[in-house]
Design a protein around this ligand. Structure first.
Ligand code: AMP
Length: 141
């Protein structure tokens, strides 16, 4: 079975080109990170390489290596900012695995003992709340 190709008009490609807004918390030459608009917990961040790939399966290993370093940096900042007990890092590949946006991204989500996550792609969070959460995380970077 052949896999689908990269679509330049996916929503994260549009965010990368600045065509639609995001609550960006980090950017370097290769990577960006911004708030997930439907957070599974307060402080839910997405970390993306700028280079196009649908997901982990077709990504350049050099790009992957750079991205995971930023995932670590963001995970530590999120844990501090939200005083979390732990941090969940996850990533979906193709629709059967739950992927809905087809530009590689890692979810970074604060976790607390005894607290369940909200559903994936559930409720849209208020812009003001996302902006405040982005500020909290940036203060730890
Ligand atoms: P998935 O492709 O299944 O890993 O999930 C895509 C994630 O992107 C979901 O958690 C959505 O809430 C999130 N999302 C969708 N559109 C946007 C957007 N415009 N800005 C930020 N996050 C988004």
């Amino acid at each position: 079975m052949t896999s689908a190709s990269y679509d330049n008009n996916n929503i994260f490609a549009k965010i990368l080109r600045g065509e639609i807004p995001s609550h960006r918390i980090y950017e370097d030459n290769d990577t960006i990170a911004f708030m997930d608009v439907m957070p599974q917990a307060p402080g839910h961040v997405l970390v993306l390489p700028k280079a196009p790939s649908r997901n982990l399966l077709d990504a350049d290993p050099v790009v992957l290596a750079k991205t995971i370093l930023v995932v670590q940096k963001i995970a530590n900042a999120v844990k501090e900012a939200f005083d979390a007990d732990g941090v969940f890092v996850c990533q979906f590949n193709e629709p059967a695995a739950g992927q809905t946006v087809f530009h590689l991204h890692f979810h970074v989500i604060p976790r607390y003992e005894g607290t369940a996550l909200r559903p994936h792609s559930g409720r849209m969070e208020d812009n003001a709340v996302l902006a405040a959460h982005a500020e909290k995380i940036m203060a730890e970077l």
